[in-house]
Design a protein around this ligand. Structure first.
Ligand code: ZN
Length: 509
């Protein structure tokens, strides 16, 4: 019998005050499996989230018209009508209609905002518990199109996972939902339609990196393809002018302007098109982030200024902007590069962002412990930071401890298919540096999550692992992985609190 039924059997629901019920559920969590934060009254009905050995449910006791659309099977316990509802997107919509705090919201004006990408849809509980007592606004739902494709999920799944976790925890301080690294109008439209509250536009396809290196005379043909109106406007605004921003000075020559226009001109036009046609017309508040981070060369101050100035002049309301910083922000490992240079350049980027009234966004922010203190200090606690893959690695750490055999099979599979993942993620890991599995004891497997080479290999192969199927179409790892993490929800939550907690500490929180 499901444990939550014991709660109903041994409690006089009608004669017990709501607060007492909640306290009893909280105290008896192990015994009843009821998430007391989710216990709510809707009219005369009671609802709560519960779990048993295989899954979670939403339980409704009694009836209320607002809950009539919940799907589930009916049972009678102690003469009381009970509805046992699966945790689906459909049922989530009913909950989101009643409990407004379970919906994502825009965050412009909030100082510290952190993207906590959750590829499995199981990490938000741990994230909420990590940030709930801090002055941090979490963007719990955050996925790129690449991640959706690699995990076989869609934006509604991602939103529902976050909303259910918020409901489960009874977390009422607000959270965001980021359609991350969207490139086309179709992608942005899809994310806006589903209700994402932040749109990160990735302009890399419209940034012409080749123009960064060529001779200016060779760029003239490209430059002249922009309308004369546009060119005159740019020349008037930037050519042969000195700019002074919060104590930093830079001079833009007419040659430099031509070069910047060739590199970023199309990206600016694309951004204006998307912003004015899709974001501004959405009829609701959306945090707009422009990302120019996925390019080969780092963004210099003049280029950052030029791009922002053009967007702001054209009426774009920017919440954050992600420049490409010097050095390397590789997946799953610490910063690589000249830290002194990073500090100097980062400080100028922050000054430009302050000047225009938005904040700097740091992407690939998982595990960048060397740069966190700088980010916290130089922005004076006003920044956006994105993490994602590190939450998946913490899930693997739990699997390595709780089901070593499954971990071993996933690890072997990851190594075998690494070349496929390397097509879309750049890492420097060398698989030959990873100790062979047959020489590692079960008790040492979790330690692989502390070594750079194995971290990176497991980090980028998540999609291949999650979508792998045998010849009968049955998932090779996915179902088993979800099962282990369901049974060990507490362990996963604790691992995230520790690991993301360490991120926040380094940021100065
Ligand atoms: Zn990025």
């Amino acid at each position: 019998m499901s444990r939550w039924k014991n709660f109903l059997e041994c409690t006089e629901l009608k004669n017990t005050k709501f607060e007492e019920l909640k306290a009893k559920a909280a105290e008896g969590f192990e015994r009843y499996g009821i998430y007391s934060g989710s216990l709510n009254q809707v009219g005369n009905a009671l609802i709560m989230m519960v779990y048993d050995d295989t899954q979670k449910y939403l339980i409704m006791i009694g009836e209320d018209a607002r809950l009539a659309n919940l799907n589930g099977r009916e049972e009678i316990i102690k003469g009381e009508k009970i509805k046992v509802c699966p945790i689906t997107n459909e049922n989530c919509r009913v909950i989101r209609n009643i409990f407004i705090y379970t919906n994502p919201q825009a965050h412009k004006g909030k100082k510290i905002t952190i993207g906590l990408g959750d590829r499995l849809g199981l990490a938000s509980t741990g994230h909420i518990q990590t940030v709930k007592d801090l002055d941090v606004f979490p963007v719990l739902a955050q996925q790129s199109i690449r991640e959706l494709n690699l995990t076989g999920r869609n934006y509604e799944d991602v939103l529902s996972s976050a909303a259910w976790a918020v409901f489960q925890e009874g977390y009422k301080k607000g959270y965001g939902a980021d359609g991350d690294h969207l490139k086309t109008a179709e992608e942005v439209k899809m994310a806006v339609d589903v209700g994402m509250t932040m749109i990160t536009l990735d302009c890399s396809d419209h940034i012409d990196n080749s123009a960064a290196a060529g001779e200016v005379v060779e760029l003239m043909e490209k430059y002249n393809r922009f309308s004369s109106e546009e060119r005159v406007k740019w020349e008037k605004r930037y050519a042969d002018k000195k700019f002074e921003i919060e104590g930093f000075e830079f001079f833009i020559t007419s040659d430099e302007l031509i070069r910047m226009a060739c590199v970023y001109g199309k990206a600016i036009q694309h951004t204006l098109d998307i912003y004015h046609n899709l974001i501004a017309k959405s009829g609701r508040e959306i945090d707009f982030e422009m990302s120019i981070d996925e390019t080969l060369t780092s963004t210099n101050p003049a280029s950052h200024y030029f791009v922002s100035s053009e967007l702001i002049n054209a009426g774009v309301d920017i919440t954050s902007l992600a420049p490409r910083f010097c050095g390397e922000f590789q997946k799953g490992i610490d910063y690589r590069g000249d830290l002194g240079q990073f500090i100097r350049e980062f400080t100028v980027h922050v000054a430009i962002a302050d000047y225009f009234g938005y904040k700097i966004s740091v992407h690939s922010g998982s595990d960048k412990f060397m740069v966190f203190p700088i980010v916290g200090e130089k922005t004076k606690g006003n920044y956006h930071l994105k993490t994602a893959g590190t939450n998946w690695l913490e899930a693997l750490r739990v699997v390595a401890v709780k089901k070593p055999d499954l971990y071993r099979r996933m690890h072997a599979f990851a190594l075998e298919h690494l070349h496929e993942a390397r097509k879309y993620y750049h890492i420097s890991a060398k698989p030959e540096n990873i100790t062979a599995l047959d020489r590692i004891k079960d008790s040492e497997l979790a330690g692989l999550m502390d070594k750079e080479d194995s971290r990176q290999v497991m980090h980028i192969t998540y999609g291949l692992i999650l979508l792998a199927k045998d010849k009968n179409g049955k998932s090779l790892f996915r179902d088993e992985l979800y099962e282990v993490l369901h049974k060990n929800e507490n362990e996963y939550t604790e691992a995230l609190k520790k690991h993301i907690g360490k991120h926040l500490q380094s940021l100065g929180l």
